[in-house]
Design a protein around this ligand. Sequence first.
Ligand code: NAD
Length: 399
Amino acid sequence: MEIRKIAVMGAGAMGHGIAQVAAMSKFEVVMRDISEEFLERGMKNIQWSINKFIEKGRLRPEEAEETLKRIKTTVSLEEAVKEADFVIEAIPENLSLKQQVFREIDAHAPPHAILATNTSALPITEIAAATKHPEKVVGMHFFNPPQLMRLIEVVMGEKTSEETCKTTIELAKKFGKEPVLCKKDVPGFIANRVTAPGQNLIMWMVYNGEYTIEEVDAAVIYKAGMPMGIFALSDFTGLDISYSVLKFIEEREPNFKVSPLIKEKVERGELGVKTGKGFYTYPEKGKWVMPQIPPEKAERFDPMTSTYISINVAAELIRNNIATPEDIDKALKLGFNLPIGPLELADTIGIDTVLSKLKEISVKYGQYGDFYKPSPLLEDMVKKNELGTKTGKGFYKYH
Ligand SMILES: NC(=O)c1ccc[n+]([C@@H]2O[C@H](COP(=O)([O-])OP(=O)(O)OC[C@H]3O[C@@H](n4cnc5c(N)ncnc54)[C@H](O)[C@@H]3O)[C@@H](O)[C@H]2O)c1
């Protein structure tokens, strides 16, 4: 199927960026929002971003002009989608709103059109259920900002067809992006699902009084060599953002429990740097200073703790045929700017070591969710002596 015209629903943080990416990749774009004011703001943001591309020598001024000419705007949904080959929805994260908009898109778009949603967390299957063509509905999860982030998670709902998936992956590549395939719309898809439970475990450990926030961050900085501690980073991005991902997983994964440490802070409005207080206290609202943590606090905590959980969650995605090891590592590296993926790391550490750490964790923390119980795939790999680089085979093969 040839794609020429793309409609983008929403001109907000993600929508304007997606419209720009599509126009820079030479597609005709119509961007739709509910008021002229939002559309104008979206176009201003596109202009600002395009100027940055020119400043950095990544776009010539004449290309920039052509890119802008390819983007039309409208407040009419019908107008936006009536000739679209591909629709990308980036409206607020609200299931009933998305369902209503998908119902309308379905009524006005040509029958061959693919309808993609940029939802961060909602089930594709439930969004697709609002349409008469659920096989044409797919998740296309961009990362923020879409102009710069190379990862796109292509997510299948229960009824998404192979053909729809293939076309979406090809389109992502035409956008100059690196798509990964998530074959089931599990909460968190790949990148967020693999990382969030590990962070939650550490928050349980702190909540239960095993370690202090400073001990965790000190170990992450001074032992693992990360530029920032995980609690300091969470303050920086906003506790409400991390909490919404965790809360969503809790609602949809029967045994998963979010640590009260973050829940209580969010309820008190302590959201991090933007409110002046989160896990650390800042001089004033919005004023960031790096929390000072003495290196001697690094002794007790094992900074690999959240990595063991990431490996475990990833193993379950593989065992259930939801994602491949290559796509999981790619998603984590591109989504979170990591130098190495969790499964590449697992092979280096040794699957036997990972499994024995997970067994220790599961004794104390298995009650907080199935993510904290060792994956049968890891048990199997150990039985088969597929321990990673040391035996020549783990998640990957080594010669
Ligand atoms: N912001 C992120 O970091 C991020 C990352 C990945 C995915 N997402 C997802 O992308 C989606 C959009 O998020 P955002 O951060 O861009 O939100 P946003 O609030 O910045 O933008 C949403 C826009 O949609 C518009 N809108 C509302 N109803 C509409 C309708 N019926 N038709 C067209 N436009 C409508 C709003 O006026 C607004 O301009 C959400 O599902 C979100 O979960 C966000």
